[in-house]
Design a protein around this ligand. Structure first.
Ligand code: ADP
Ligand code: MG
Length: 242
């Protein structure tokens, strides 16, 4: 995924201002509050509330003209929600089945795929350490922050994304949930080699998911890209140095 000269406006305010970025493998964006990180992830996913110029190229095609659904279906782009919604009347298992069947191109009435779905579901559920009864609950009903993140990660894994955008998934997670979720993401990465864009301002998660490239974002621009050494620089001297 290649982002070229991206400009994002709300009203007459430039939130992102000529951003260039190539997402090659496991890329991390770090940056102070308000630098435009979440806006960037929403714009990649296709949030229509922003005025956007520039290019986001996937396989050479500029996806900026596409709606959310086309981006999801054609390019397998998955973005995590910071506050995932409660879906009344829909159990997590029903949602997961729908995601899995749709993504795999299976007919929903094709019961012969159920075994395959259940095997996959059980595998990831165990890795995430999620109790079985969660599957029968309504999506995100009365869940803790960590449970919501696990539920969302399960949706991500059964969706089988090619591009994963994770906006501060570590915020509010206890250490055990963080370990489970990052272990699942790492395993998925080893098996499927998706591209991952991870946004964070804590370096805690970067001990578990090791980035290949680190980008520093400030005032709507990438001001520095480099290797893991940038994480230590941020830790020691903050963002003012950039
Ligand atoms: P970060 O995730 O890096 O903390 P955000 O992308 O959330 O930063 O926000 C960057 C700036 O853009 C903030 O000043 C925020 O208030 C502003 N902003 C983001 N989305 C909107 C919007 N829909 N309307 C108005 N201002 C917005
Ligand atoms: Mg943010």
């Amino acid at each position: 995924m290649q982002i070229r000269n991206l400009k994002v406006k709300v009203g007459d305010r430039n939130i992102i201002d000529g951003l260039n970025l190539q997402i090659q493998d496991i890329d991390v964006i770090m940056g102070p509050n308000g630098s435009g990180k979440s806006t960037l992830s929403r714009v990649i996913a296709g949030d229509p509330t922003y005025y956007v110029e520039g290019e986001i190229l996937v396989n050479g095609e500029n996806i900026l003209g596409l709606d959310v659904e086309s981006r999801v279906n054609r390019y397998g782009i998955f973005m995590s929600f910071q506050l995932p919604p409660y879906l009344e009347g829909i159990s997590l298992k029903q949602l997961l089945k729908k995601i899995y069947y749709k993504r795999s191109g299976y007919d929903e009435r094709d019961l012969s795929r159920l075994r395959e779905f259940n095997t996959e579901l059980e595998r990831w559920r165990e890795i995430l350490g999620m109790p079985k009864e969660f599957l029968d609950r309504e999506v995100n009903k009365d869940l803790s922050g960590g449970e919501k993140k696990k539920s969302e990660t399960l949706q991500m894994l059964l969706f089988k994304p090619k591009y994963i955008i994770l906006d501060e998934i570590d915020s509010g997670l206890d250490i055990d949930s963080l370990k489970r979720i990052t272990e699942a993401i790492n395993l998925y990465y080893r098996e499927n080699k998706p591209k991952i864009l991870m946004i964070t301002h804590y370096n805690r998660i970067l001990k578990y998911i090791i980035p290949t490239t680190v980008h520093i974002m400030k005032n709507g621009k990438i001001v520095r890209s480099g290797g893991k050494e940038l994480i230590d620089l941020v830790e020691s001297y903050g963002y003012d140095q950039f």
